[in-house]
Design a protein around this ligand. Structure first.
Ligand SMILES: [Zn+2]
Length: 659
């Protein structure tokens, strides 16, 4: 009996990407409503079905729409903002400060719409996203007619759409309730990464995802640095750590998994987690090569993702398939390790399975939604064709096809592109808005880069609170008399400390001040390191002034704990010059004439300059600074220091030159 269908696609090289990877040289697909009714030889389908409409595919490849298993789609608006930087400098130094300033629902909607246009043009019908205001991503995606797993980001830092993680969690619950059962959108929970969350957040997000049976999309083991930190802080690699936080109670989609071992691969497999491999991003950020072949051999569902368009910098899944194949070959020194057919499988069915959408999309099989594309492989750059090896068509797709060869795209039974014309989006209008926004972002960053202080504030490095330091610094030939003076009556020791200090001074143009990165090693009685502290101090030159006694120096200072590495600050601030100083410091907090002062007795080891005495106090007001300046001088005299003014003045100069 002949069955009616809505559409019969004929005269195609059909790649079904089903379990047996069946392909048909004269293939056809029958579609009714949003679903595929049949896929197979054209002659058979013509006998079985009577179609309202028949479309001749003109010998193009008819295959499942590509699945981008990991991205941050609104970041199309930040494409090219900052490149050729390390991940932490790129993320903490540029992307996050700009996101805090500019990201709102309109930004997200526009960025996601542009991303959807790029997806359609390059044959992507399904993607897994993770961003802020994810409801706006979902709206834009549904309006564009694409399919997505939309993950609302949750992390321990304040985000553009939430002041606290509790706020994000509540908003994510609402987001899930709103989008659950939508035909195109699957809402998801996205704890950003184990390092940017807490145990509590990981547990709460897993519980929320499990409650609604929605996917949990996160970043796992992207860099070796992350894994080193995990071993140091948690005593184990990342996968066992998240397992301990019950993350696998949820349906996990883990992006990256670059630095995981065999045990972790088995854990992911055991818990049915999917993996998104991001070759462009891993190459561009030099994160490393994920053990893709080992993961595939273990039976894991490994999809391919582009990662965000600000770290790629495009959303081209044809390029990504090619790189996935080539990176695996290069990494294993084996050209047979990841054949073209496997790369196509990863970019289609395996990707859908990794996103926990395997029942819905990823292959052209009866019962699945009609998410399909037509690819013209008759272009100059993709000719001629050999059919001796049936797999040669996959090689054509992976090694020679360009994303611009995609001519037609259907999602959920509806065309979103016909003959390279977009049917659901207006590119010109969106690009004009993006250009205006880029100008605003440029203005913001140019203003910020004009001062070291504003760059420090931009990374959350300090508040704008000023303090003043009053100090006398003198070179001493013999420290013994000072040690003796400290125990005389008239002075009271509140406490004493012993440190080893490693200072790095970043110099800029004089009016920008000097930034000091200090590593303090606290030494115990036996002279062994007890603990370490890292601090950042911006010493502002413009506020420097000398008090009447001539030996006092006061400069405004901005203090901050140094949460990032010295290397991070070097790459972020890009000083014109760097100076390193190492010293052994004995420090006393003393009470002298009802006022507290610090007394530092330093032995300068690098450069080897001998001993120095510093008597200092810090205050938050200029008036107080002037008052204390007299007492500082008195205390120095009490400690037996010659404060002949010329000598002292000279030393102030030495310190300034050296620091
Ligand atoms: Zn990512």
């Amino acid at each position: 009996m002949v069955k009616p269908v809505d559409l019969l696609l004929t005269n195609a090289i059909l790649l079904t990407m089903d379990e047996t990877l069946s392909q048909f040289e004269n293939g056809a697909v029958a579609v009714s409503g949003d679903s595929i009714v049949a896929a197979g030889p054209e002659a058979e389908l013509r006998k079985q079905f009577e179609a309202k409409e028949t479309m001749d595919c003109g010998g193009k490849v008819l295959m499942p729409g590509l699945v981008n298993a990991h991205t941050h789609v609104p970041m199309t608006l930040l494409r090219g903002l900052a490149d050729d930087l390390r991940l932490d400098v790129w993320l903490m130094g540029y992307i996050m400060p700009v996101e805090r300033e500019f990201v709102n629902p309109e930004f997200v909607r526009l960025g996601a719409s542009i991303g959807c246009a790029e997806f359609i043009r390059s044959g992507v019908t399904t993607f897994a996203d993770m961003y802020y205001y994810e409801s706006a991503v979902a709206e834009a995606t549904a309006a564009a007619g694409l399919r997505a797993v939309c993950g609302q980001t949750i992390m321990r830092f304040p985000a553009p759409d939430a002041q606290s993680y509790e706020d994000s969690l509540a908003a994510t619950r609402e987001f899930i309730e709103k989008w659950l059962h939508h035909p195109l959108i699957v809402p998801a929970v996205s704890p950003h990464a184990p390092y940017s969350c807490t145990e509590e957040i990981l547990r709460a997000t897993a519980a929320l995802a499990a409650e609604f049976d929605v996917p949990l999309h996160t970043h796992i083991s992207e860099t070796s640095f992350e894994v080193e930190n995990a071993r140091r802080d948690w005593g184990m690699p990342v996968v066992p750590y998240v397992k301990k936080q019950n993350l696998f109670d949820a349906k996990v989609l883990a992006a990256h998994c670059v630095h995981i071992d065999t045990g972790e691969i088995n854990t992911l497999k055991h818990h049915g987690a999917g993996v998104a491999h991001n070759p462009s991003s891993n190459l561009k950020l030099a994160s490393g090569a994920a053990p893709v072949v080992e993961m595939l051999n273990a039976g894991l569902n490994v999809g391919i993702g582009t990662d965000g368009p600000a770290s790629n910098n495009d959303l081209d899944m044809f390029e990504e398939m090619r790189l996935a194949a080539m990176l695996a070959k290069f990494h294993s020194v084996d050209p047979t390790s990841l054949p073209a057919q496997t790369a196509v499988l990863m970019a289609t069915r395996l990707g859908a399975q990794a996103m926990h959408l395997g029942q819905v999309t990823g292959s052209l099989e009866p019962g699945k939604r009609a998410d399909l594309i037509l690819v013209d492989i008759n272009q100059l750059h993709n000719s001629p064709h050999f059919r001796r090896d049936p797999n040669s068509v996959y090689a054509q797709i992976v090694y020679a096809t360009k994303s611009t060869d995609v001519s037609d795209v259907m999602v959920n039974g509806k065309w979103v592109m016909r003959d390279r014309k977009l049917l659901t989006l207006n590119e010109q209008e969106m690009l004009a808005q993006a250009a205006d926004l880029a100008k605003e972002v440029d203005r913001f960053l140019i203003a910020r880069e004009s001062s070291v202080l504003s760059k420090l504030i931009a990374i959350g490095g300090t508040t704008q609170e000023e303090s003043f330091e009053i100090q006398v610094k003198v070179k001493v030939e013999d420290p013994q008399p000072i040690l003796e003076a400290l125990v005389k009556p008239g002075i009271k020791i509140v406490y004493n400390r012993h440190y080893r200090e490693y200072d790095t001074y970043f110099k800029f143009k004089p009016e920008q001040g000097i930034l000091r990165y200090r590593e303090d090693e606290f030494l115990d009685e036996r002279g062994e390191v007890d603990h370490v502290r890292y601090r950042l101090t911006l010493v502002g030159e413009p506020h420097e002034r000398e008090f009447p006694s001539d030996v006092m120096l006061s400069r405004s200072r901005f203090l901050a704990p140094a949460n990032q590495s010295l290397r991070f600050y070097r790459e972020y601030f890009q000083p014109s010059e760097e100076i390193h100083i190492v010293k052994d410091r004995l420090r006393w907090l003393v009470r002298f004439k009802d006022t507290e002062f610090y007394v530092n007795l330093d032995r300068m080891d690098e450069p080897a300059l001998g001993h120095f005495l510093e008597v200092k106090s810090r205050t938050w007001s200029r008036r107080d600074a002037e008052h204390k300046s007299t007492l500082v001088l008195e205390l120095a005299k009490f400690l037996g220091v010659s404060t002949r003014e010329t000598e002292a003045r000279e030393y102030v100069k030495i310190v300034e030159e050296r620091s």
